[in-house]
Design a protein around this ligand. Structure first.
Ligand SMILES: [Zn+2]
Length: 385
């Protein structure tokens, strides 16, 4: 790989003919059409938050260095390897797409800045390394230099490594902030579409967690039929079963639940009513656990995922005191089950555990009236039933 350093370009050269695509969220071209700002393997523009983009402009106005920028030379064209977020921020500012705040806290767009401040930005010299090499070399190296800006997350890195027709098509659907299905999908998926988190979910579901293997295998495919069909099956399944949506649904792996339960038949009405009940149940601490619990037909194995509220220490102590005083008076054990067997052993507090007289699953509350202290042996025996 050949590398040369260029210090003769200024900001005004780079933003000449700058084109930004609002729909794709991408800075497209600079250097009068000769610079491709967001090549296929680059992620989308994510600085447009009124902070990171503004910080880039502030540092130019203060004369701070912008940091190294890397281009890849590809025939007559250049592609930005590292620096696209900074370049897109500058291009968007000089084309009037966002304001900065002046000393008086007033919003100022580029065109309203004093001429000398405009020139200060446009005349800033840049330090640019130009690389020329094989695609595989460049990508490998891109992985290494990706330290300047916000680091790539795992999925963005996979997109770079396995770039090709498959991922290009997949991004058109799953990384597209103008996709009209996003609203519906966002009920079941958390994260940022531009940071590839919807794509990641889609790939995770269809590949049963083996994203990298799947991307490598399908890299040269010219369609994404399987990926799309599977994703839609999962979304249709979950949205048909559950009438309501709530925030805890977004952290679940719906692909995994689909695999396990999609052959069962459910009454959407009954299951949705049960979910609402459990959502409103004070004793259910882990609301995320509700969905698999109801899909499994309320299998006790999944009850532990609900993290049912347990008796706290003050309640246990209070109940222990009542039971022990009563037992001493009657000369019987303070464990009611030991007492039934004729024992008069008085257990210490730390030798006993709290038990729901009526189990939570049968409607028992976690309050002092439904609490009894049992010796550890009896508590374990009861818990196993
Ligand atoms: Zn006992």
């Amino acid at each position: 790989m050949k590398t040369i350093l260029r210090i003769d370009w200024q900001v005004k050269d780079i933003v000449e003919g700058f084109i930004y695509n609002e729909f794709e969220g991408k800075g497209l071209y600079g250097l009068n059409g000769k610079l491709v700002i967001q090549p296929e393997y680059q992620r989308n523009y994510i600085y447009a938050d009124g902070k990171k983009d503004v910080a880039v402009i502030d540092s130019l106005l203060k004369g701070y260095p912008l940091g190294l920028i890397y281009f890849n030379k590809n025939g007559d064209l250049y592609e930005v390897l590292d620096g696209q977020q900074r370049i897109t921020s500058i291009g968007r500012f000089t084309t009037g797409r966002f304001p900065i705040l002046d000393q008086n806290g007033m919003q100022q767009y580029f065109s309203a800045l004093p001429k000398e401040e405009q020139n200060k930005i446009l005349d800033t010299p840049l330090t640019i390394y130009i690389c020329e090499g094989e695609e595989s070399e460049i990508k490998q190296w891109f992985k290494t230099i990706n330290i300047q800006e916000i680091p790539l997350n795992q999925q963005e890195l996979y997109n770079a490594i396995y770039s090709g027709p498959f991922i290009t098509k997949a991004k058109e659907v799953f990384s597209n902030s103008t996709n009209s299905n996003l609203q519906k999908w966002s009920a079941y998926i958390s994260g940022n579409v531009l940071r590839q988190e919807y794509l990641e979910a889609a790939l995770n579901w269809v590949s049963k967690g083996k994203i990298e293997e799947y991307m490598s295998k399908h890299r040269r495919d010219d369609n994404i039929n399987e990926l799309e069909t599977y994703f839609n099956s999962v979304i249709d399944w979950v949205s048909n079963i559950f009438e309501d949506v709530d925030a805890s649904m977004r952290v679940l792996n719906w692909g995994e639940l689909y695999e396990k339960y999609h052959n069962n038949s459910y009454s959407s009405n009954d299951i949705s009513r049960r979910v609402r009940e459990l959502q409103g149940d004070y004793f259910v601490k882990n609301k995320k656990g509700i969905y698999e619990y109801v899909l499994s037909g309320e299998n006790p194995e999944y009850r532990k995922n609900l993290d049912i509220r347990i008796f706290d220490e003050p309640m246990k102590k209070a109940k222990y005191k009542i039971q022990t005083e009563e037992a001493e008076k009657n000369n019987i054990s303070n464990c009611p089950l030991c007492a039934l067997g004729g024992s008069n052993k008085i257990w210490k507090l730390d030798e006993m555990d709290a038990d729901h007289v009526t189990a939570w699953s049968k409607g028992g509350a976690t309050d002092i009236d439904n609490c009894q202290m049992l010796c550890k042996t009896h508590n374990r025996a009861k818990g196993n039933k």
